[in-house]
Design a protein around this ligand. Structure first.
Ligand SMILES: Nc1nc2c(ncn2[C@@H]2O[C@H](COP(=O)(O)OP(=O)(O)OP(=O)(O)O)[C@@H](O)[C@H]2O)c(=O)[nH]1
Ligand SMILES: [Mg+2]
Length: 239
């Protein structure tokens, strides 16, 4: 039997659409911008497995001026708790300074408590009777609504409030706002607002496209086996 010889060069698939920037992405981003006045903290979610390509520069451009916590979600799918995983996390934290960085798994209460503690400290520093309002943002399917549900579950022991799903585009509108930390006589508590995932308007080259599409399987978009053969590894992301 002939032995398997992996290919070293991949053809560029020019026929594939390289973006997924839909009307509700633009509308969502514009609405997020207008809501910023009421928001004390932006919680930006990125995918732990693709820390570079799940970052959307549109958020930096459009949501500047608010303090930001970056949460790398789905840690359970990308980390085995090895030394190299921890080194990579330290590298990501350094890279993102001065923003704060946390890593989460929506089913791991201790990682969710770390996000809650950050939110609590942030709200306490603001020291307002009105409590604090936060907004979760990120690319489609990174786990924003799952994080919101987990924070609500651990923070105020309430059930799922936002729809979640394996396909991108589940959250279509800015809407669900939930309490994640109870208030007291001095403040109203902490509230978190869910937002629709926003993709980048244009993916510059086939390589970046090949890295993003297997992670955010696009609705109605067929991927060739070539896309999947180029599934990114964390080393491809230079981290
Ligand atoms: N293993 C694992 N899966 C997760 C985690 N967080 C979210 N997911 C899964 O990822 C998928 C997408 O989650 P959502 O919370 O709907 O993602 P979203 O960012 O709100 O997506 P859109 O609203 O479409 O932009 C779902 O199948 C979740 O169950 C996590 O920490 N670990
Ligand atoms: Mg959602």
């Amino acid at each position: 039997m002939a032995s398997f010889v992996p290919r070293r060069v991949f053809p560029t698939l020019d026929s594939l659409p390289r973006s997924y920037f839909l009307g509700h992405h633009r509308a969502g981003l514009n609405k997020m911008k207008t809501m910023l006045t009421y928001i004390d903290l932006v919680i930006e979610c990125r995918d732990y497995r693709v820390p570079l390509t799940s970052r959307n520069p549109l958020f930096e451009e459009n949501l500047a001026g608010r303090e930001r916590l970056i949460v790398y979600t789905k840690k359970d799918l990308g980390s085995e708790g090895r030394q190299q995983d921890k080194s990579r996390e330290r590298l990501i934290q350094e890279w993102q300074q001065p923003s704060s960085v946390l890593f989460s798994d929506h089913k791991d209460k201790s990682s969710i408590r770390k996000v809650l503690n950050f939110a609590r400290d942030h709200a306490a520093a603001k020291d307002s009777l009105m409590g604090s309002r936060m907004m979760v943002v990120g690319m489609p399917n990174v786990g924003k609504s799952s994080l919101l549900n987990a924070l609500r579950q651990v923070g105020v022991h309430k059930g799922k409030a936002a729809h979640t799903g394996a396909q991108p585009g589940v959250t279509r509108k800015i809407g669900t706002t939930v309490k994640i930390i109870e208030g007291d006589e001095n403040n109203e508590g902490v509230y978190l607002m869910d937002t629709p995932g926003v993709f980048v308007p244009y993916v510059p080259n086939a390589e970046v496209h090949a890295q993003t599409c297997p992670v955010w399987k696009r609705q109605g978009h067929h991927h060739s086996s070539d896309d999947f053969s180029r599934l990114p590894t964390l080393s491809d992301e230079h981290l």
